[in-house]
Design a protein around this ligand. Structure first.
Ligand SMILES: Nc1ncnc2c1ncn2[C@@H]1O[C@H](COP(=O)(O)OP(=O)(O)OP(=O)(O)O)[C@@H](O)[C@H]1O
Ligand SMILES: CC(C)(CO)[C@@H](O)C(=O)NCCC(=O)O
Ligand SMILES: [Mn+2]
Length: 903
């Protein structure tokens, strides 16, 4: 007999899984018991536990943190159908697709300039801003699946495109204009001028290349770009670009705009249909004020030469500061009353209330410095900086207000890098606008403040077709610092960076970048590198935080404030390189968390899902593409080995028992969730069998939330009432291994057997041990080898085109089965935000009349209270005591089977 508490080391199966399964079955009786045992034996076989222990640390807090986000379904009344699309950003070049047709539909021709649309520049008087696009890795492997999904769902890109949509990311980087060579080095080493390192033709430099550029430097430095990079700058008008960038951001990016008053940041959701007119105030070196009345419809109505350049230039001279951030930082410790002449100074401490001026109002900026016999050295640099900052911010706010008044504009958006996300600057501007307009006009700021022009230039590539598509398809992800240098994205050994990369070290930033990541420390060097102005990484102010910058809004990020020790490294063989990347990841991730602790709203409003996604993005940024890959594969193999026997047993049951067993199976299998602390703990204690036993015990009905009977009635009808089968079911799947193979696939098979089309909805990107859309076709193909229902459905759904040898007559067979399809959800997190899903999923959802959400992340943390227009079944085992108490007034390991008929 097997000792329930043994570690099973002696039981590592030497025989094949099926034989082992039969043995186990003899010992344990039930198929399911045997399934679990074999499954776990196989896990143990590959030093799984060790690996798990290691990886578990990273994930420990995952869903534990579980306040549960607000439900993320579209607002009531808005079904999933309406959903926008997710992160694919289409940068394919239609005009060069034709000749290559089916086989390599996304091929990029080296002699075309098309690749260059990956980069656009805004070269201003002070700063160069870069926006560039990088493609998602491993994209092509998924192309086949996408193509068949598209055919099935009738998904088309409209007239513009007849090729797969690529996924990728937009990066935002800035450099000081006076150090333009660093910028050129950066572009060169990332090969951004010829399509990026991910380009299929990285070695080909296109001498006729064109890069879109705006700002004065597009003229001034055109020759330099030609000389150094062999590219021409295609000049776009600066104002056009500012407006295009602002309109795009305000329409497309959630929580882009916010107000900032008295230290309080408040995000404003702009209705894209009620955006115009507004005043755009871009505070760069100088200030431009633009009345915007529509897309591409605007007029530059004013400007002022007292701007960011004034603050930085004068401030540098007066304080000897070495960097802009240092100057800004100084201001936070300043007291402007030593410099500024206040009304009270003039009126003997009294207000001048008759004209509405209080004693503390600044009557004259720097006015005090005339009356005292003091020299520059006698003043504190801190006070000088603050006084200067107030003077300039207030002045800009006032002129902006006057112009808003002139054209009766109620909303004023402030952009430009002068703002630098700095609370005091924003408060001062807001105060001026509020004060002068008596609250009539409102000052708002943009998270991408300084990148309006560069974004506008990026969008001006006509062949992108990015315009409106992007508005719907771009989705924010998290900013991550990646080590970068010398032409390699992976970077050299990090220790070498200081010598090798003096100039070109840079942080690449993604969407949702930091406004001023003051707390983001560089992943590598300890001494700040001269020259780069990466958004944060190397601009770490000398002193930490300040009272000026506090955002009071409390976001509980403490729950995730666990800095993972970097054993994700183990997933990559523990090489030195992996180790270094691991260290860098730890730095970057903890810096993000520290930043969030200080300023919870730094990246817009965050929920748990975003935080989880942030960690995954961070891992990816450091090339930990899929830390769970090997575990997932092993779990899948082990589960697939026992699937046939499970199916045989299921088939021997009557319909009703089978349906119950299937749902039990899904719930039981959901325990193997490597994001769950409880599950990982159980593993650590070496009581695998207990996981299984407990899981099975918990299957006893009634479950904590138990709508099974209603669901059963809908599925099987009653004696008097037959029910039609569902037309199409979307199954949101969760974990790899048992969860998908022994839980959800059999359920899918049951639906298929009943004539329901099944769409398996899986993550686009790896997260924990979640199964991804890219992995699913292989799993299904494997399962299909032993199951006719799955095979025919998968063939009909186009999943087996490659996997099966005999595909020539598949069209004939197709007619005999409803299809089984796989679509990606657009997410890279265990949670799902249904407001932002992939276009595939949105299309698949159109005809769905049943949605099954499975697993804690998808069914509990998010969407437990989401209302759907179609029938919805939410299945999960709660592996967190606190969450169980909070959500269902139950206990850890309770099960939820929540069924809600179409509303
Ligand atoms: N790291 C930095 N180095 C220099 N200036 C900075 C930095 N960060 C913020 N700033 C501020 O941002 C201003 C530049 O903003 P921005 O990049 O929007 O303008 P620009 O495009 O360079 O100027 P213009 O549009 O007038 O040509 C600087 O003048 C300074 O006040
Ligand atoms: C000259 C530009 C447009 C260059 O970006 C900018 O610096 C600016 O708007 N300066 C202010 C010029 C003025 O209107 O007084
Ligand atoms: Mn500019």
């Amino acid at each position: 007999m097997v000792d329930a508490n043994s570690k099973f080391t002696c039981l590592v199966p030497r025989t094949g899984p099926v034989t082992k399964f039969r043995e186990c079955r003899r010992q344990f009786g039930g198929v399911r018991e045997a399934v679990w045992l074999v499954l776990n034996l196989y896990k143990m076989a590959g030093s799984f536990e060790k690996e798990q222990e290691v990886l578990g640390i990273i994930e420990e807090k995952k869903l534990e943190s579980g306040e549960g986000d607000r439900d993320m379904a579209p607002a009531a009344g808005n079904s999933i159908h309406r959903s926008g699309s997710r992160p694919q950003l289409d940068v394919s070049k239609a005009e060069i697709q034709g000749n290559v047709e089916e086989k390599y539909p996304t091929i990029l021709l080296p002699n075309q300039s098309d690749d260059l649309s990956h980069l656009a520049l805004d070269i201003g008087g002070s700063l160069i801003k870069l926006v560039y696009f990088s493609r998602r890795e491993n994209q092509s492997a998924d192309d086949k699946r996408k193509k068949s999904v598209k055919e099935r769902l009738g998904l088309s890109n409209g007239n513009r495109r007849s090729f797969p949509i690529l996924g990728g990311r937009l990066h935002f980087v800035k450099f000081e204009t006076r150090k333009i060579n660093e910028c050129l080095d950066f572009i060169h080493s990332k090969q951004l001028h010829c399509g990026g390192l991910e380009s299929r033709y990285p070695d080909v430099t296109d001498q006729n290349g064109i890069i879109k550029a705006t700002g004065g430097g597009a003229y001034k430095y055109a020759d330099l770009f030609k000389e150094r990079l062999g590219v021409s700058l295609d000049k776009e008008d600066e104002m056009d670009c500012l407006v295009a960038g602002a309109n795009f951001l305000l329409k497309a990016i959630r929580h882009e705009a916010f107000t900032h008053m008295e230290g309080q940041k408040e995000f404003v959701q702009i209705d894209p249909n009620d955006l115009f007119p507004y005043l755009l105030v871009n505070i760069g070196s100088g200030v431009s004020m633009i009345k915007v009345v529509g897309d591409g419809k605007f007029e530059r109505i004013s400007g002022t030469n007292v701007g960011g350049g004034t603050y930085w230039g004068l401030g540098r001279l007066l304080t000897k500061c070495k960097s802009f951030d240092e100057l800004l930082e100084l201001s936070q410790k300043g007291d402007n009353r030593t410099m500024d002449m206040l009304v009270g100074d003039i009126y003997g401490g009294l207000d001048y209330s008759k004209i509405g001026l209080s004693a503390s109002t600044i009557a004259s900026s720097f006015g005090k410095t005339i009356s005292e016999k003091k020299e520059l050295e006698d003043y504190r640099p801190e006070d000088i900086s603050l006084s200067l900052l107030r003077m300039i911010s207030y002045n800009i706010g006032q002129i902006a207000y006057l112009n808003a008044l002139r054209f009766r504009l109620k909303r004023i958006f402030f952009g430009g890098f002068f703002i630098r996300g700095h609370a005091y600057t924003m408060d001062t501007i807001s105060f001026a606008v509020q004060f002068w307009s008596n609250g009539e006009a409102q000052a708002m700021f943009l998270r991408h403040e300084g990148f309006l022009g560069a974004l506008g230039a990026f969008m001006s590539y006509e062949k992108h077709g990015l315009d409106d598509l992007m508005v719907h398809q771009l989705v924010e992800r998290f900013p991550m610092g990646a080590p970068y240098t010398g032409g390699k994205i992976h970077g050299p050994p990090l220790g070498d960076l200081n010598e090798k990369a003096k100039v070109s070290l840079q942080i690449s930033w993604m969407e949702k970048f930091l406004q001023k990541g003051t707390e983001i420390t560089a992943p590598v060097p300890t001494t700040p590198l001269a020259g780069t102005t990466g958004l944060g990484g190397f601009e770490v102010p000398l002193s930490k935080g300040s009272t000026l910058r506090s955002d009071a809004s409390a976001l509980n990020v403490g729950v995730l404030h666990l800095v993972p020790t970097l054993e994700a490294v183990a997933s990559e063989g523990g090489t030195d390189d992996a180790q270094r990347r691991g260290d860098a990841f730890a730095h970057a991730f903890s810096a993000h968390l520290a930043r969030l602790m200080e300023e919870p709203a730094a990246y817009g409003k965050l929920g748990l899902a975003n935080l989880l996604e942030m960690r995954e993005e961070c891992l990816r940024e450091f090339q930990f593409v899929d830390a769970y890959r090997s575990i997932k594969q092993r779990e899948n193999e082990a589960s697939l080995a026992v699937l046939p026997d499970l199916l045989v047993e299921l088939d021997s049951m009557d319909e009703e028992t089978r349906l119950l067993t299937l749902i039990e199976g899904v719930l039981a299998a959901n325990i193997f969730d490597w994001g769950s602390r409880a599950c990982v703990d159980l593993y650590h204690k070496g009581t695998i069998i207990e996981i299984y036993r407990m899981s099975r015990n918990k299957m006893r009905r009634p479950w904590r939330v138990d709508d099974f009977d209603i669901f059963k009635e809908r599925m099987l009808g009653t004696r008097d009432k037959k029910m039609p089968h569902h037309k199409r079911a979307l199954l949101f799947v969760d974990n790899s291994g048992a969860d998908i193979v022994l839980g959800m696939l059999p359920l899918a098979r049951e639906l298929l057997r009943r004539g329901t089309e099944v769409v398996l909805v899986a993550n686009s990107l790896p997260a924990l041990n979640d199964v991804t859309a890219m992995e699913l076709p292989d799993i299904v193909a494997e399962a299909a080898k032993h199951c006719d229902i799955l095979r025919r459905a998968a063939e009909a759904g186009g999943l087996l085109v490659d996997a099966m040898i005999n595909t020539s007559d598949s069209s004939k067979q197709n007619s005999s089965s409803v299809p089984l399809m796989v679509v990606e959800n657009g997410c890279g997190s265990p949670c799902i935000d249904l407001r932002q899903v992939s276009s595939e999923l949105a299309a698949a959802a159109k005809d769905a009349d049943l949605i099954i959400l499975e697993g804690m992340g998808r069914a509990l943390h998010t969407n437990l209270n989401a209302r759907f227009k179609c029938d919805a079944l939410k299945l999960a085992m709660v592996k967190n005591q606190r969450l169980a108490e909070k959500l269902i007034k139950g206990n850890i390991y309770d099960c939820i089977c929540k069924y809600e008929p179409a509303s």
